[in-house]
Design a protein around this ligand. Sequence first.
Ligand SMILES: [Zn+2]
Length: 111
Amino acid sequence: MSNVHLELPGSDRALLRRAVHAVEQQLSALPGHSTLDAYRAAAADLAVSWAALCKLLALGEAAPLRECPRCHHLGMSTATLCGYCWLRLPLLSAMTSDAKPASAQTASERS
Ligand SMILES: [Zn+2]
């Protein structure tokens, strides 16, 4: 068995690698443009590549956090134990409505 890592063309990782490579190439080529118009066109292409990379990353919303009432470290809002002092945290349903994740909100709360 060889030690070659197979990466199928069109796989998520291959698409990410291609998008990162495009951004890297466009970034490194930016200083080489001799005219302002060429620089602006290259910057516009770079913005398109960056947007494509961000879409592939699909980072989504940041996870909601809450502060531990004892040690004041931040942790996931859905945690039942503090990751620093191991204090048992109240359940999310016992918290105020503004601390609920977006998926738990009703349509009237989102408007
Ligand atoms: Zn704590």
